[in-house]
Unconditional design. Structure first.
Length: 197
C-alpha cells in the first residue's frame, strides 16, 4: 500500500471527552460513535483527501488524547501543524478553560498554525438550552479577541475550510520555498459542531 502524500498537518486539541474523535469519525467515515466512550491513547492519525476547486488537498489529521496525562505528547503532535482545531464541549465550562490554554500555547509556540475554535455537542444544547455552559458571547469575545470569528455549524464545513484556507495560502505563497503559512491571528474562525451533522 503506498503512503498518501499529506499537504497540511492538522491537529485536534481539547479536553478529554469533548468529542474530537467523534468529529474526525463523522467527517472522515461519515459515522458517529456509539457505545461506551473510549478515550484516545496518545494520538490517532488519519489522512483525508478533500476536493477544493480543481485540486485535491490531503489533510493529515492528528487526533490527540485530551487527558492531561498526555499533555506532553500532545505538544509533540502539534509541532509543525499548519492548522489546529481546538475543541471545547458547549456543555462543560472547564473544557472551555482548557481550550483557552491550548490557544495560548499555540499562539506562543506555533506561529504558523492557524487556529479553528470549535464548540462541540451542539445537539445537546439544541435539545435543552439550559445545558449550555459557555455563553455564546463569551466564546465570541474570546474568539474575536484571540483567534476566530463565527462561521458555521457543520462538521464538513470546518474541515473544508481548513483545506480551502490552505489552498488559498498555497496559491498566495506558491513562489516561496519556506512552505505555506496559514497565518494565525488574522482571519480565523469558530464553529459549533456536533457528531451527527
Ligand atoms: N451528544 C453528543 N455526544 C457527543 C458528541 N461528540 C462526542 N460525543 C460523546 O462524547 C464522548 C466522548 O467523545 P470522543 O469523541 O471520544 O471525545 P474525545 O475528545 O476524542 O476524547 P479523548 O479521546 O479522551 O480526548 C463519547 O461518548 C461521544 O459519543 C456530540 O456532538 N454530541
Amino acid at each position: 500500500m503506498s503512503a498518501m502524500r499529506v499537504d497540511v498537518k492538522v491537529v485536534m486539541l481539547g479536553k478529554e471527552s469533548v468529542g474530537k474523535t467523534s468529529l474526525v469519525e463523522r467527517y472522515v467515515h461519515h459515522r458517529f460513535l456509539v457505545g461506551p466512550y473510549q478515550n484516545t491513547i496518545g494520538a490517532a492519525f488519519v489522512a483525508k483527501p478533500i476536493q477544493v476547486g480543481e485540486k485535491v488537498i490531503t489533510l493529515g489529521i492528528w487526533d490527540t488524547a485530551g487527558s492531561e496525562r498526555y499533555e506532553a505528547m500532545s505538544r509533540i503532535y502539534y509541532r509543525g501543524a499548519r492548522a489546529a482545531i481546538v475543541c471545547y464541549d458547549l456543555t462543560d465550562s472547564s473544557s472551555f478553560q482548557r481550550a483557552r490554554f491550548w490557544v495560548k500555547e499555540l499562539q506562543n509556540c506555533e506561529e504558523h498554525c492557524k487556529i479553528y475554535l470549535c464548540g462541540t455537542k451542539n445537539d445537546l444544547i439544541q435539545e435543552d438550552r439550559s445545558l449550555r455552559k459557555i455563553d455564546y458571547h463569551d466564546a465570541q469575545d474570546f474568539a474575536e479577541g484571540e483567534c476566530s470569528r463565527p462561521v458555521g455549524v457543520l462538521t464538513y464545513e470546518l474541515f473544508q475550510k481548513v483545506a480551502e484556507d490552505y489552498n488559498s495560502a498555497a496559491f498566495q505563497y506558491m513562489t516561496e520555498e519556506t512552505g505555506v503559512d496559514l497565518g494565525q491571528k488574522k482571519d480565523s474562525y469558530f464553529y459549533s459542531c456536533c457528531h451527527n451533522n
